[in-house]
Design a protein around this ligand. Structure first.
Ligand code: ASP
Length: 319
């Protein structure tokens, strides 16, 4: 399955975490993502590199962007795509993840995408199946494809990431997006900051290779990019902020806080957004500063690159 878009092989069996990737693999995936992005901008047909292959999407948690973009990415590459509706599957009857894995494996999929509420579930699945597994978000652990699409969005807009000062703001504690992004942006040479209230910052954040700030004014100073995170109420047992109104007052991104960053700073958000909680509509919808829609568009191209790269790298499956 050679393809003129892929110029050299990717050395990777699964994409479970950013730590699975070295710099050459990251550059390879971003370069391939860039090519698919150009193709989609030109509305050119993608080569059906996955024709005859089966992609199974296994989403144990809700998703709009990620699930749909993997579906679309698989279809654009010509794969047969099956998205398992977990509520209607045997999981709802009590089947364990490992039994589900064995059942799916018996159907000989070529690629498996999984999102699960438990950190580590994709890694467990990867040990039990004989095809590449892609982590589409596991608990508060990682969301590596989101970090890759964010990096591609920035690279495509700004040319390069090296030397950029990026502030990741808000509910870092519960965010798998933050964990993946911190690692990837560090590898790519960015200066990464975390900004949030003490209650929403992990206790070990100072060991993540970042600078930690508790107020937006000092945290956003001189920043090129501001990544806002959702207040992930579904992961909170107890109260982490006094009220949403007060949270917006101190940490929600509005014009006043945006002005603390560089004059041409760009704003990102992985979605779904809580308008008026972590970001004002005025900023989210401003095409001059917001990359949020572009992130979604880039997500499809990046996931096409990931599916293509992993399928190419493991033509006979994984052992
Ligand atoms: N969509 C992202 C995730 O799945 C971010 C979020 O849910 O806030 O982690």
């Amino acid at each position: 399955m050679s393809n003129p878009l892929a110029s050299k092989a990717l050395n990777l069996q699964h994409l479970l975490a950013i730590s699975d990737l070295n710099r050459p693999n990251i550059e390879f995936l971003l370069d391939l993502g860039e090519k698919y992005l150009d193709l989609s901008v030109q509305k050119g047909p993608a080569i059906k590199i996955l024709a005859g292959k089966t992609l199974i999407n296994l989403f144990f948690e809700n998703s709009t962007r990620t699930e749909k973009s993997f579906e679309l990415a698989g279809r654009r590459l010509g794969a047969d795509v099956i998205s398992m509706a977990i509520a209607r599957s045997s999981v709802a009857k009590g089947e364990t993840l490992l039994d589900t894995a064995a059942t799916l494996n018996a159907m000989n999929p070529d690629l498996l995408v999984i999102r699960h509420g438990a950190s580590g579930a994709p890694a467990l699945l990867a040990q039990k199946v004989s095809c590449p597994v892609i982590n589409a978000g596991d608990g508060t652990h990682e969301h590596p494809t989101q970090a890759l699409l964010d990096a591609l969005t920035l690279r495509n807009r700004l040319g390069q990431l090296d030397g950029l000062r990026v502030a990741i703001c808000g509910d870092i504690l519960h965010s798998r997006v933050a964990r993946s992004n911190v690692q990837l942006l560090n590898i790519l040479g960015c200066e990464v900051r975390l900004v949030g209230p003490t209650t929403l910052l992990p206790a070990d954040a100072d060991r993540w290779g970042v600078e930690v700030f508790h107020d937006m004014q000092s945290g956003l100073k001189g920043c090129d990019v501001i990544m806002m995170l959702r207040l992930q109420l579904e992961r909170m047992a107890g109260s982490f902020v006094p009220s949403k109104r007060e949270y917006f007052h101190f940490y929600g991104l509005d014009r006043t806080k945006l002005d603390y960053a560089k004059p041409d700073a760009l704003v990102m958000h992985p979605g779904p957004m809580n308008r008026g909680v972590e970001i004002s509509s005025d900023i989210a919808d401003d095409p001059d500063v917001s990359l949020i829609t572009r992130q979604v568009e880039t997500g499809v191209a990046m996931r096409m690159a990931i599916l293509h790269g992993l399928a190419d790298a493991n033509p006979g499956g994984v052992s």
